[in-house]
Design a protein around this ligand. Structure first.
Ligand code: NAP
Length: 317
């Protein structure tokens, strides 16, 4: 698979990565054996960036990913995140960061985390103190590259001044194009971009169901795209994207991933799937090049994304 460079510190990964959140939380019942098979299939097909977080099963997701990649750990980059609490708050106090990173190393059963992200900016802790603490791990050799997630421009600038930030991870998809205004800053500072939920949590796969049809713990029950007022309008948008995909001879998820890949050459989408066939189909998007005309047609259908918004504030807009 084609490689992409994230930042200027040497981090290079496959153009399409793998997001493992759904193996632990968010999208309904999981089967560990199927999830492990999906992760290993992604590696077989050339994926080298595997994404997890403390909060994906509070260690459970990290343990599963560590187990899955153990046979080829040296060939891949593992990214994890700290800084959310079980009450959906933030906690980036230095002592908390240290405890979480030590636990992540144990959960993943690795000597080194390749990319460490702050999951959400913590308004109670200066970003300089957060990045200073993250940098301790780089100096100790137990973390290789630093990242932020959902951070606004002023935070990115301050963080980068303390220690180089290699990558910003933020939601980015045809349904959630909010991050695009951040690209000039990333270019100025030489920071890469990982696009999370690039399939709009599955809405851009044509498989979305009304919110009430998902289980009680499924994130989609509470997401604005699925709200009763928005669902049908969003399904109509998706039908129009599907027509563009059909005309090109690709699938709807491949169109969605190719759209993200076309945004900049330092954008790496990390779709999540627990199914080997869907993993393979998603990875094939790395070979799909959308023409300027196709990109313009997509933009004309939903220039501001899906109706209802992504459900996460975008303070930079
Ligand atoms: N930094 C953050 O705050 C943050 C937030 C959210 C997510 N993330 C990261 O981003 C990754 C990806 O985002 P995501 O998992 O939220 O959403 P996503 O990749 O946009 O969509 C995942 C959903 O789409 C389904 N799917 C995937 N490929 C498909 C295909 N080809 N055909 C049909 N359905 C398909 C998956 O179901 P199956 O598994 O059943 O295929 C799952 O329900 C996460 O795993 C996580 O690593 C980060």
């Amino acid at each position: 698979m084609q490689q992409r460079t994230l930042g200027t510190q040497g981090l290079a990964v496959s153009a399409v990565g793998y997001g493992s959140m759904g193996t632990a939380v968010g999208y309904g019942p999981t089967d560990d054996a199927e999830s492990i098979a999906a992760i290993r299939h992604a590696h077989d097909l050339g994926v080298t960036l595997f994404d997890t977080a403390e909060m994906y099963g509070w260690g459970g997701g990290e343990k599963l990913l560590g187990r899955a990649v153990a046979p080829f750990r040296e060939e891949v980059m593992i990214a994890t995140k700290f800084g959310l609490t079980r009450e959906f708050g933030t906690d980036s106090r230095p002592e908390h960061i240290r405890a979480v990173v030590e636990a992540s190393l144990r959960n993943l059963d690795v000597d080194c985390v390749d990319v460490l992200y702050q999951h959400r900016v913590d308004p109670a802790v200066p970003i300089e103190d957060v990045v200073g603490t993250m940098a301790e791990f780089v100096e100790a050799g137990t973390v290789r590259y630093l990242g932020l997630s959902e951070a606004p421009p002023e935070t990115i600038r301050k963080a980068h001044a303390v220690h180089p930030i290699s990558v910003l991870q933020t939601e980015y998809s045809i349904f959630a194009p909010d991050a695009a205004p951040l690209f000039p800053l990333l270019e100025e500072l030489g920071i890469g971009f990982v696009a999370y939920s690039p399939l709009a949590r599955g809405f851009l796969t044509g498989t979305a169901k009304p919110a009430g049809e998902y289980g009680p713990a499924d994130f989609r029950r509470r997401m604005p795209w699925w709200a009763a007022d928005n669902f049908d309008a969003n399904a109509l948008l998706v039908a129009q994207f599907a027509a563009i995909a059909d005309a090109k001879g690709v699938t709807l998820p491949q169109l969605a991933l190719a759209w993200a890949l076309a945004a900049r050459d330092y954008v790496v989408p990390i779709p999540g799937s627990r199914n080997t066939d869907r993993v393979a189909a998603n990875i094939a998007a790395a070979d799909v090049a959308l023409t300027p005309d196709e990109l313009a047609r997509v933009a004309a259908i939903a220039p501001d994304g899906g109706r209802g918004g992504r459900g996460t504030p975008s303070p930079w807009l």
